[in-house]
Design a protein around this ligand. Structure first.
Ligand code: ARG
Length: 254
């Protein structure tokens, strides 16, 4: 009898835990506010300007929310915590340059992409700029990214060093602790412009990807609404204008 009670309690606890639901569209709409997360350490996509979260993706989310008649309440989390936190319903959506991958699709849903890009090799003058030159080299990448996956696939690399933030990987390159950095091509473009005197060079593209917002798996109506907002800011030129503000070019997927 005691055992049965214990079992029943265990079952109800499991049910309670798994019935914690992401806020659905109706709940979000009614509250008037969408809770969005980003990282804040990935310029110019998402970064802090003083205490204020800013960047291309922050503007994109704000513009999408405006179309949907919502305010945005922001959360900042480490990049490698975002996917797990979505699954714990700590926010409604994250916009932090997640490349759409099959692996990630097992645990989260993606909206349509807000931009198209890919991974690129960056090194100092004289360093490895071609994929074929990475043999025997030390590579620096951000943890839990598609760049880390790409770096691990380089055959014969001496070591792949992972850093909590992409900007740490850049610092490792500048400080000579790694020979090459693999990052997003538009992050690379901006880093090269900002560190012009350090003689950084952008090399081969190692893969292409489409980057999108992530949300709780099965939160279907929210996904449709976010896609609708995104389509609207694309159609009226807002997305292009935000892109040109940060990148001086249109990085949206054609
Ligand atoms: N696009 C890469 C990926 O999908 C890197 C994203 C890094 N984002 C960030 N906020 N640091 O993994």
């Amino acid at each position: 009898m005691r055992a049965i009670h214990t079992l029943a309690l265990a079952v109800s606890l499991v049910c309670a835990a798994s019935s914690a639901q992401a806020r659905d569209w109706a709940t979000i709409k009614q509250s008037g506010t969408i809770i969005a997360a980003s990282e804040g350490a990935y310029p110019p996509f998402n970064y802090f300007h003083g205490a204020k979260l800013t960047g291309y993706e922050i503007d994109v989310m704000e513009a999408v929310a405006k179309k949907l008649g919502l305010q945005v309440e922001w959360r900042a989390l480490a990049f490698d915590a975002l996917i797990a936190s979505i699954r714990q319903d700590r926010f409604d959506v994250a916009i932090a340059s997640h490349g759409i991958t099959e692996e990630r699709q097992k645990s989260v849903d993606f909206t349509n992409p807000h931009y198209c890009s890919g991974g690129q090799i960056v090194a100092k003058a004289g360093g490895p700029l071609k994929a074929s030159e990475l043999t025997g080299k030390l590579l620096g990448v951000q943890l839990a990214t598609t760049y880390a996956d790409a770096a691990r696939k380089v055959s014969g690399a001496k070591e792949v060093k992972t850093y909590p933030k992409d900007t740490d990987a850049l610092q490792a390159l500048l400080g000579g602790r790694v020979d090459a950095w693999i990052t997003d091509r538009f992050v690379a473009k901006s880093a090269l412009a900002k560190n012009a005197s350090d003689g950084l060079k952008a090399g081969d593209m190692v893969f292409v990807e489409r980057d999108a917002m992530i949300l709780r798996k099965g939160n279907q109506e929210l996904r449709e609404q976010l896609n609708k907002g995104l389509a609207e800011i694309k159609a009226d030129g807002t997305l292009k204008a935000i892109s040109e503000k940060y990148f001086q070019e249109d990085i949206s997927c054609s």
